[in-house]
Design a binder for this molecule. Sequence first.
Ligand code: NAP
Length: 261
Amino acid sequence: MSLPTVLITGASSGIGTVYAERFARRGHDLVLVARDKGRLDALAERLRHATGVAIDVLPADLTQRSDLAIVESRLRDDARIGILVNNAGIAQSGGFTEQSADSIEQLLTLNTIALTRLAAAVAPRLANAGEGAIINIGSVVGLAPEFGMSVYGASKAFVLFLSQGLSVELTPKGVYVQAVLPATTRTEIWERAGIDINTLTDVMDVGELVDAALVGFDRRETVTIPPLHVAERWDTLDASRQGLLSDIRQAQAAERYRPAQ
Ligand SMILES: NC(=O)c1ccc[n+]([C@@H]2O[C@H](COP(=O)([O-])OP(=O)(O)OC[C@H]3O[C@@H](n4cnc5c(N)ncnc54)[C@H](OP(=O)(O)O)[C@@H]3O)[C@@H](O)[C@H]2O)c1
């Protein structure tokens, strides 16, 4: 049986390029999506030569509705595509009061709207087939309002929540959903956001990040946090959150919120 084709967004650099390399080496055909057609063509050529897999290049600016629609159609209609790697994303420098409304919208459009629409395009077909996978690239920043990247972090908290929710909905239908939460990783994202990577500490190599994420993928983890050495910390956090679930569904307001008589 042939392996599913993998569609990877943001494949022209960084984490997306390494996902393309790793899935090609595993024998998967690829569809590569990003804006920079020249870089996608060069990557496709290199990987075809190195691995012999079939690779399509689908240039698209995922913040543009017409381009996004083309990728959505491909995901809806191409039954060979069984894995979506929702990786394209941008960061932003500066604090909230220094960021323009337009740059905030641009970030949210790519990191949340495009990601969700692409998942929505492919999920019904995968659920129908009873198999397939969606990998969403979040970030540890989505767990840490303290890091001072509020909009970026909020977009990544969205990715985590969406992935967990989709996992609840789609796992019973045979579709695996993984959220990957990298910490600082050596890619172009920092330079693109106007941040000097040399000012950052504890930077992970991008190959190490993706290889670790794929270990989590092969284990069918819902949430994979490659830089987290003590796995129990996440388990404790998640168990604590789940502990709230029965408590937050109450018809009466808590005692402490009762208006003074
Ligand atoms: N590097 C880190 O420290 C880090 C940490 C946590 C999470 N992440 C997440 O990892 C993911 C990949 O980032 P990266 O670090 O690999 O950064 P990167 O090297 O800058 O890659 C980002 C990719 O997204 C594509 N992209 C950007 N804007 C796009 C648009 N409007 N339409 C389509 N594609 C677009 C870029 O290609 P084009 O320019 O060709 O369009 C590029 O291929 C992002 O979601 C990021 O938030 C990164």
